[in-house]
Design a protein around this ligand. Structure first.
Ligand SMILES: *[C@@H]1O[C@H](CO)[C@@H](O)[C@H](O)[C@H]1NC(C)=O
Ligand SMILES: *[C@@H]1O[C@H](CO)[C@@H](O)[C@H](O)[C@H]1NC(C)=O
Ligand SMILES: *[C@@H]1O[C@H](CO)[C@@H](O)[C@H](O)[C@H]1NC(C)=O
Ligand SMILES: *[C@@H]1O[C@H](CO)[C@@H](O)[C@H](O)[C@H]1NC(C)=O
Ligand SMILES: *[C@@H]1O[C@H](CO)[C@@H](O)[C@H](O)[C@H]1NC(C)=O
Ligand SMILES: *[C@@H]1O[C@H](CO)[C@@H](O)[C@H](O)[C@H]1NC(C)=O
Ligand SMILES: *[C@@H]1O[C@H](CO)[C@@H](O)[C@H](O)[C@H]1NC(C)=O
Length: 326
């Protein structure tokens, strides 16, 4: 009896702890709706004054939330037509005309917004208009599908990914089917204006995040479902290692405010459970710290999960809103 009581107490305790954790981290789900008919808030950031979220959407605009609605702040394509593009969720043929901003991040010190656009390459915006193109190739190989981006706030260097050197974002299903591994991890140096290739042979290079001491970057591979760690300093410098394998597909990686952990947006799809988007918090060694299922709120894949202050935000290529947990 005694043992059973203890076991029941233990089970109850574990159960309560689980409930407490999920309630204390994820509460009050809110939808911040995009301009009507728009979809696909891929990455989510805030500016140096804490304003936002800012996000890039499928019709080629980067928009900013002002507390009640989203307004346009940047476009990435010089020949973009509002009539053709606004609200059209452009990929494929419309992509080169409208642009498709995916990875975005500020360099706070200089108030610059860096952008990885799936069709327009690496760009930078400064005054809320048309962003300026910085690079479209590295080592003579053109970017085909620029995707994730993270700025090192200490040096101003920009880490970004090209998901594939062969397939565009609209051809992702083919890239997955053929196990493409032509993705690259890249670095833009704002002083020399040079782009260098850090890692090649990646399978759907997606998210990228730099550590708080600039000693390594993490890069997710959507196709082989894993994260590699690439060292920038120390005895392991310029080497890389797989630190975690997932059962789902990882997309963006964002450093958490505590500084020594990262949130990864991972979507698992199988015949039994269907599509289960998850927010998985890992440390720099690939150890899972938290694993939160978001299938109550999303029936589609998610592209990003990130924390700003006490709030959590969710991006998704299919959603018509930015998700927010208070
Ligand atoms: C946000 O922007 C919309 C559209 O420009 C405007 O109508 C609204 O008043 C703004 N809200 C705030 C809180 O600034
Ligand atoms: C738009 O401009 C890009 C280069 O900036 C070019 O590749 C593309 O063909 C142009 N599209 C149209 C419709 O002019
Ligand atoms: C942005 O605006 C500021 C002040 O108006 C100006 O000094 C700066 O050169 C502009 N930057 C770009 C990239 O246009
Ligand atoms: C830019 O990169 C190329 C090739 O990686 C190198 O040869 C060149 O010296 C670099 N330029 C600068 C200014 O660093
Ligand atoms: C798919 O590509 C990855 C590298 O991205 C490689 O490790 C793996 O062996 C490949 N799988 C098959 C079945 O070819
Ligand atoms: C950076 O991360 C390390 C662990 O990787 C931690 O010890 C340190 O406190 C963090 N620093 C900041 C400023 O967050
Ligand atoms: C997350 O937790 C679920 C059970 O709650 C488990 O099935 C799944 O494998 C975990 N995922 C990871 C990546 O640890």
């Amino acid at each position: 009896m005694g043992i059973i009581n203890i076991m029941i107490a233990f089970l109850f305790l574990s159960f309560s702890i689980h409930i407490v954790i999920s309630q204390s981290t994820l509460n009050n789900f809110q939808r911040l709706y995009l301009p009507s008919t728009s979809v696909g808030p891929e990455a989510i950031i805030f500016d140096s004054l804490g304003r936002g979220p800012y996000t890039g959407i499928s019709d080629g605009r980067i928009i900013k939330y002002n507390g009640s609605s989203f307004t346009e702040v940047y476009i990435t394509s010089p020949n973009r037509s509002r009539l053709v593009c606004d609200g059209r969720n452009a990929l494929g043929l419309l992509g080169p005309i409208c642009g498709r901003p995916l990875g975005i991040d500020f360099y706070y010190k200089e108030n610059l917004l860096y952008i990885a656009d799936a069709y327009k390459g690496l760009l930078v915006g400064a005054n809320e208009t048309l962003a300026v193109q910085l690079a479209t190739e590295a080592e003579g190989v053109p970017f085909k599908s620029p995707d994730g981006l993270n700025v090192d706030q200490l040096t101003g260097e920009v880490y970004f990914t090209d998901a594939s050197s062969v397939y565009q974002i609209s051809e992702l299903p083919v890239a997955v089917l053929l196990n493409d591994s032509t993705g690259r991890l890249l670095k833009y140096n704002p002083v020399s204006k040079n782009v260098t290739v850090l890692l090649r042979g990646l399978g759907g290079a997606a998210g990228v995040a730099i550590s708080n001491d600039s000693s390594y970057v993490l890069v997710s591979e959507y196709i082989p479902k894993r994260i590699q760690k690439y060292w920038l300093k120390g005895p392991m410098a310029f080497k890389s290692e797989v630190i975690i394998n997932f059962d789902g597909r990882p997309d963006n990686i964002r450093k958490s405010p505590r500084g020594d952990s990262f949130w990864v947006a991972v979507t698992t799809t199988n015949l039994v459970d269907g599509t289960i988007p998850k927010a998985i918090e890992i440390n720099g060694n690939g150890v899972i710290l938290r694993n939160i299922s978001l299938d109550r709120y999303y029936s589609t894949s998610i592209s990003e999960f990130s924390q700003h202050g006490e709030q959590f935000y969710v991006g998704s290529l299919q959603a018509r809103f930015v998700g927010k947990f208070n």
